[in-house]
Unconditional design. Sequence first.
Length: 294
Amino acid sequence: MRRPKNQQNEPKTAIPRPLAAAAAVLAWLFSSAFAQAQDTPDYFRQNCMNCHTIGGGRLTGPDLKDVTKRQTRDWLANFLTNPKAVLDSGDPYAQKIFEESRRVPMPMAPGMTRERAEKLLDLIEAESKLPESQFKGLQISTAPFTAADVQAGRDIFTGRQRLASGGTACIACHSIHDIAALGGGLLGPDLTNVYDRLKGRASLSAWLVAPGTETMQPAFRNHPLKAEEIHSLVAYFEDAARYRPADPTGDRVTFLLLGLFGAAALLFAFDGAWKWRFRGVRRPLVDAAHKRGA
Ligand code: HEC
Ligand code: HEC
């Protein structure tokens, strides 16, 4: 009894394709309207803070404290709405801050408009005047590293100590000198020399506050490392940088000697065999000659 009724209803409940498409467009319009309505501090937190502080020092990008005193508002608003175009135009100021940021380009932020740029500059200006901005970022300790810090860093790296905000343990994607036996992940580079590669304590700490690379950024954007975690990890990386692998030339000499020895042995064997064969041919000839001569 119920079946035919259901079948009858089916075409009515299925949304026709054009309607579904229209709904998707509407949803998109609403979500971008929502993005517009999102307040400026939230927008800054989500789109700018992983590269900039206001009064907390440089991260990937410059500290934005008092940026409106370094450049005109017009220039800055223009830069925010299209950083690449300003850089490509050969603008000397854009070139200078690009070089100072180790040639990492400032990206175009999602949903950026002239109006939003103006609001962001208002915010940066207001925050710059405060003794302590809410966008000061993490304050990483500069206390000397202790053996306990190194151990804590190692525990964080290997996942023995879980990351406070739920990030994945480094060992899932990275190896390092002293965990070869545990077998670190291979997705990311070996971090034994990362302390030197990323130019020491301040720079490596800042990098970890806001990892900006392809895999690290999505992995840690919503699970930022805590200041104490960064302190310990950097202690561990500083310690790791002192590690020197066993001199590989020693191995190479052994290998060479073995090779030479092998070659010599082969030559002996070959020589012996050849002599034997030579005698084998020669002896009858000599004997025959002797016989003839005799
Ligand atoms: C991926 C990192 C990154 C993000 C995200 C980012 N910036 Fe930048 N920003 C930079 C870098 C790097 C520079 C230096 C210029 C360059 O290298 O192109 C810069 C430069 C700037 C400057 C000029 C600084 C100066 O000293 O004159 C301003 C202003 C600025 N950014 C604001 C913002 C705002 C606002 C946001 C968020 C909407 C943002 N940035 C997002 C990396 C970033
Ligand atoms: C999901 C995998 C993954 C996890 C988890 C991960 N990393 Fe990475 N990491 C990468 C990859 C891949 C790279 C190479 C750059 C990129 O693609 O982001 C990288 C790059 C790095 C670099 C820069 C290396 C260089 O030579 O430039 C550092 C430093 C780093 N990771 C530290 C860490 C630390 C510390 C942790 C743990 C708190 C961690 N990573 C956890 C995948 C990961």
